[in-house]
Design a protein around this ligand. Structure first.
Ligand code: TRP
Ligand code: ZN
Length: 465
């Protein structure tokens, strides 16, 4: 960036009237300290908001699958990280019918995905405050830069709710960026006979007047995009594993036969992951197996991934791996998505290798064999270029290759120590590629920047495997 050319400092007294005019022309100046409309993510500039952190979301939702109408109330308990005369929430579509800050009605307006809130009095830095938003409408997904749908995706019997990277704002007002992680409570009301599944543990369910309310609680911190409230006609299975993890599976009956043998493996996959990466990060686990061709992908929704159809075992392993890598250790910037997808894909390779399948070396070799003009080499995984390439082949496959190259360089024991240390150091937090590199160098005592630069950032097919 070229430095701003500054004029030589001059002592000028701006006449008062002019100062007043200047201030009037810029409402932000007149209003004083304002929370920014985004957290500064280069791929999604309006994602998240500056000036506060959300500690807790309390979401009370009622959904009618026939009319597709949603009635919602969101109570956000937040803390100001700066003095705030105004701040934004992210909300796409829907109609806001009421908004209070600490019980006082607050002025608000919509500006694209920004819900701009002006509390009656400024919030001091460090101040805890509570925002209550009531809203209603017919939610639908957003279309991502790659053309995929994410957020609230209506299905033939309810809704498939998978919101990576942007769609949390399609169903609740949020500080919609992985850098802001929060606890959640959900009370989801649906017609009797339907099941509403969110994250964490089921506190209870109650049926009255033809409607059932499901109460869910996610205590460990969660990024907004990992929240779900998937609704449908589901067969439910509930049990506690040997190590005390509460499992809740909800399966669309049309997918049940195909899903059963794979879901049976979930406890052993989580145990295997715990032995390898360190203790499973959550009290709860499970799966939501829907029939959602409208989505066409699975997502690692926290504690309980959502699958658009019965998953195969490698998909179950992939989404389980994300519970450590992506969910517990979250991104700091969407650009670094390889940290999620490379690690989850490499976990599939490790699982296969240790369960009678191909070795990771074989998976690596098969990929390295592809010609230089293959999609795999279209861009480097550490720099996808834009939000349109977040889920491209290089992010997953070359991201996993980067990890394999690291393993080959440092040896199996040191490599596993890196993964464990990464999961432990950033548990329930966030991480960056630069931090990953420093941690790998510290743990292994090796200089790794050349290797990682090649595999993460070099354009085209690297010359040497
Ligand atoms: N993160 C998901 C996974 O790998 C995949 C995903 C989310 C996705 N949104 C997407 C894939 C959109 C393609 C398009 O488990
Ligand atoms: Zn993934």
């Amino acid at each position: 960036m070229t430095p701003l050319r500054r004029r030589p400092a001059r002592l000028v007294t701006v006449p008062l009237a002019v100062a007043a005019l200047l201030t009037a022309a810029d409402p932000a100046l007149a209003a004083g300290p304002v929370g920014t409309p985004g957290v500064g993510d280069p791929y999604f500039p309006l994602a998240g908001n500056g000036g506060y952190h959300v500690d807790h979301y309390d979401l009370t939702l009622r959904y009618d699958p026939d009319s597709r109408r949603l009635d919602g109330k969101a109570v956000l308990t937040a803390r100001a990280t700066q003095r705030l005369t105004r701040f934004d929430l992210d909300l796409h579509g829907l109609k806001v019918t009421g908004l209070t800050v600490d019980r006082a009605r607050a002025a608000h307006r919509r500006d694209g995905q920004e819900l701009v809130v002006t509390p009656p009095r400024a919030l001091d830095k460090g101040r805890r405050f509570r925002v209550t938003v009531t809203y209603a409408g017919t939610p639908g997904p957003v279309t991502d830069p790659d053309g995929s749908l994410d957020g609230w995706i209506p299905t033939d019997d309810g809704a498939f709710v998978a919101a990576e990277p942007q769609g949390a704002m399609t169903w609740f007002p949020a500080n919609n960026h992985p850098t802001d992680k929060s606890a959640y409570d959900f009370a989801l009301t649906v017609p009797e006979g339907r099941t509403a599944v969110a994250n964490g543990v089921l506190l209870g369910r109650r049926t009255a007047h033809g409607r059932t309310t499901f109460r869910w609680r996610q205590t460990e911190p969660m990024a907004a995009y990992l929240a779900t409230a998937t609704i449908g006609r589901f067969e439910v299975e509930q049990y506690t594993t040997r190590d005390g993890t509460e499992v809740y599976n909800a399966v669309d009956p049309r997918e049940a036969t195909a899903a059963a043998p794979v879901l049976k493996r979930l406890p052993s996959v989580l145990e295997w992951g715990s032995a390898l990466f360190g203790r499973y990060p959550y009290r709860a686990a499970g799966a939501i197996v829907d029939r959602a061709p409208q989505a066409g992908y699975a997502l690692e929704t926290q504690t309980r991934p959502v699958y658009d159809r019965a998953p195969d075992l490698s998909t179950l392993v992939h989404e389980s791996a994300h519970q450590w890598f992506g969910d517990s250790v979250s991104l700091t910037s969407w650009k670094e998505i390889w940290l999620n997808e490379g690690l989850a894909t490499y976990t599939e390779w490790l699982y296969a290798e240790q369960h009678g399948g191909d070795s990771a070396q074989r998976a690596f070799d098969a990929l390295y064999d592809t010609p230089a003009d293959d999609d795999l080499w279209a861009f480097p995984p550490g720099d996808p270029g834009s939000g349109a390439h977040l889920f491209g082949t290089p992010v997953y496959a070359r991201g996993a290759m980067a990890l394999h190259a690291l393993r080959t360089a440092v040896g199996d024991r040191a490599f596993v120590r890196v993964l464990r240390d990464w999961a432990r150091t950033h548990r329930h937090g966030n991480g960056t590629t630069a931090q990953f590199e420093r941690l790998a160098e510290r743990v292994t005592g090796r200089e790794l920047s050349a290797l990682l630069r090649t595999w993460l950032y070099a354009r085209g097919k690297p010359n040497h495997p």
